[in-house]
Each structure stands twice: as structure tokens, then as C-alpha cells.
Design a protein around this ligand. Structure first.
Ligand code: ATP
Length: 359
């Protein structure tokens, strides 16, 4: 089932929590709503669930306008950060509860509950109460409960936030596999860009209630449309420097004191001749070397932070710094002088006033 938001707006008094959002979620698609705390993600989800009424605009499931349809009549499954299980019921009773409300015949209900429990690896826990389960097991029950009623739409609100890092990773993979297998249209709220990038088909980035971008994870990463998105997506985050871009003999250069980077025409053309612009470059798109390279500038190693597979190295030059991912075998030392080259095809430029991309 596809879901459409049409100029969706929610106000709480003077606060505009969701500001005129329009987007479509295709049938079977997994869409993440991504943004910092307070940006309006949960409010959007709660309107989709029917718990909040939109102030204006519309929500459609397929062709049907849902604004005034009760939550219980929307056939959605919800999974929250707090597992929201009924503490006095067993796991089995928790899973069948929504099906009872839907008046699913008893035998089918039992069959589905056991099937889902097996799928979620909680078949042996059906007689326990939530208090007797670990956080990860409780979240599996909550997910099982949402799936067993065979919803048209799954809504997730930061479902992995309360789990430890290892469990979060395995649940993340499991949710993604299940969603693909079952093909249930899903909306997943998170402030964690890694979760959004790894799980979603498309990501809606929301800032201050406004939809900033709606595209695939790759597009979001490679062609961020605004400075906010560029800085929000990617870990370690993108570097930013104030530069001016000039064209000399057909070649584009981004410059500032102590810094000179050659960039391809497709990257540099719009930024050239505009005065100061903001250059963005990801830590993995910078090369550091002990020997001189064409187009390199010199910098000093300020600090080396081992991340395991890479070292995160901060280099400094003329009052500015860049974070670079470097192969640990280089064994860079603090205070060393190095040559630095930016990948001229990966550089981004942003207008300092509008904060929009200049690509
Ligand atoms: P978080 O990740 O912290 O949950 P969020 O992106 O989900 O944040 P929302 O919970 O949707 O953000 O809140 C968006 C804005 O609306 C915030 O400024 C919040 O304070 C406000 N808000 C949310 N619910 C209410 C409410 N019931 N009454 C008044 N203001 C609210």
C-alpha cells in the first residue's frame, strides 16, 4: 500500500512541528524519517498512525484520505523505542492481542502467532511475561506483535535506541531482512544516520519540521543538497572550509591561505567567481602522503585517533584543519609534516548565504 503526505502540517500552539510536508512512500518501500531531536519525525509518524490529527493537509493510504480514520481502523503495526508490551500478559497473549481486536478467527490467530514467534526466534518464550525477558527479546516480541496482525503499514519509532550496540546491529539487519521478505510498506523514524543509511530505500531528511531532502541513501551521501544534510550525513562528518574558487587556464582551484586544491570543472564551475564559498570534503576523499604529490599542499599532523580499520587523522595548516581517514599502516606521528591532496571529483561547494549546494 502506498502512503502519501500532502502539505501535511501540525501545529501545537505556536510551534509548527511539521511544516507543509509532501512526499509519497511507494508500496513495499522502506522509508526513513531522519533528523535531529525535535525536528518533527515522531509527530509525522503519530499523524500517520492516527494518534494526532493533522492541522492541515492530508494523509492518504492508497487513494483513501485517512485524516479522520480512527487508529484502530488503519491496519498498521507499530514498534516503539519503549517496547510498550502489556506487562501482565504473556508473550503469546501480547502477540495475539491486536489480532483479537481485529477479530481474527482463533485458529488462524494461533497459527500466525506461532509462525511469527518462530520467525523472530522467540518461540520458546511464549509463556513468559515481558518482565522476564531481555530488552532485545522484548523488542522482538513487539516486532512480532506488529507483524502477526498482517498490517498494511509498519511504523517504527527509534525501535533500537534502548538496545546495546551489538544487539542493535543484529536487530537492524533482521528488521531489514524481514521487511524485504514481507514487503510491507514501512516508515522508520530515527535520528541515527547510520540506521537510516543502512536500512532505508529512501530517506526523508527533516529539519525544523521542513522536508529538506527525499532521496536514496547514495544520493544523500554523494550529492547533499544543503550544508545541513552534508554535515548531518556521514561519519566521521564532512569537513568544511571557507575558500574562493578561481579558474586559471581552464583549471579550477579552491584556495585559502596555505591551501590550494584543484577541482574538476563539473565541481568548480558554479562556485567560481562568487567570492567566498564553503568547500565540503569527506574524510575518505582526502589523501595524505609523506612525499610530494602533484597539487598537494603541506600540513602538520595534529592528532591521530585509531578507529580500527582506519586512523582518523587531524591535519592543520594556516589556522584551519581537516579530518582525514588514513590507513593505520602509515603510522603517522603527531607533529609530522605531510602533503595533502583532495579528490577534485568529490569536492562539494555550498553558498554561505543560502547554504544550498553549488553543484
Ligand atoms: P525526538 O527525536 O526527540 O523524538 P522528533 O523529531 O520526533 O524528536 P517531535 O516529537 O515530532 O520531534 O516534535 C517536534 C516539535 O513539536 C518539537 O518542537 C516538540 O517540542 C513539539 N511537540 C511535539 N509534541 C508536542 C505536543 N504534544 N505538544 C506541544 N508540542 C509538541
Amino acid at each position: 500500500m502506498n502512503v502519501t503526505f500532502e502539505n501535511l502540517t501540525k501545529r501545537f500552539g505556536d510551534v509548527v512541528a511539521v511544516d507543509n510536508i509532501s512526499m509519497e512512500i511507494k508500496d513495499g518501500e522502506f522509508v526513513a524519517l531522519l533528523g535531529p531531536s525535535g525536528c518533527g519525525k515522531t509527530t509525522t509518524l503519530l499523524m500517520t498512525a492516527g494518534i494526532y490529527k493533522p492541522t492541515s493537509g492530508a494523509i492518504r493510504f492508497g487513494d483513501r484520505v485517512m485524516n479522520h480514520v480512527q487508529p484502530k481502523d488503519r491496519n498498521i503495526g507499530m514498534v516503539f523505542q519503549s517496547y510498550a508490551l502489556y506487562p501482565h500478559m504473556t508473550v503469546y497473549e501480547n502477540i495475539v492481542f491486536p489480532m483479537k481486536l481485529k477479530k481474527v478467527p482463533k485458529q488462524m490467530m494461533d497459527q500466525r502467532a506461532r509462525q511469527v514467534a518462530d520467525m523472530m526466534g522467540i518461540g520458546h518464550l511464549l509463556d513468559r511475561r515481558p518482565g522476564q525477558l531481555s530488552g532485545g527479546q522484548q523488542q522482538r516480541v513487539a516486532l512480532g506483535r506488529a507483524l502477526a496482525k498482517e498490517p498494511d503499514l509498519l511504523l517504527f519509532d527509534e525501535p533500537l535506541s534502548n538496545l546495546d550496540a551489538r544487539l542493535r546491529l543484529s536487530m537492524r539487519a533482521e528488521i531489514k531482512r524481514l521487511q524485504l521478505e514481507l514487503g510491507i510498506t514501512s516508515i522508520y523514524v530515527t535520528h541515527d544516520q547510520v540506521e537510516a543509511m543502512t536500512m532505508a530505500d529512501r530517506i526523508a531528511v527533516i529539519q525544523n519540521g521542513i522536508l529538506q531532502a527525499y532521496c536514496s541513501p547514495d544520493e544523500l551521501y554523494d550529492q547533499p543538497r544543503t550544508l545541513f544534510i552534508a554535515g548531518f550525513v556521514g561519519n566521521p562528518p564532512m569537513n568544511f572550509l571557507d575558500v574562493t574558487v578561481v579558474q586559471e587556464e581552464g583549471t579550477y582551484h579552491a584556495r585559502r591561505p596555505g591551501f590550494d586544491a584543484t577541482v574538476t570543472p563539473s565541481r568548480g564551475a558554479k562556485a567560481a567567481g562568487r567570492g567566498e564559498v564553503i568547500l565540503g570534503i569527506r574524510p575518505e576523499d582526502i589523501t595524505v602522503s609523506r612525499t610530494a604529490m602533484p597539487g598537494a599542499f603541506q600540513a602538520e599532523v595534529y592528532v591521530v585517533e585509531p578507529l580500527g580499520r582506519d586512523d582518523l587523522v587531524t591535519v592543520r595548516f594556516d589556522g584551519a584543519e581537516l579530518h582525514v581517514l588514513v590507513d593505520p599502516s602509515m603510522d603517522l606521528q603527531m607533529g609530522e609534516s605531510v602533503y595533502v591532496v583532495l579528490d577534485g571529483e568529490r569536492v562539494q561547494f555550498f553558498d554561505p548565504q543560502t547554504e544550498k549546494s553549488l553543484l
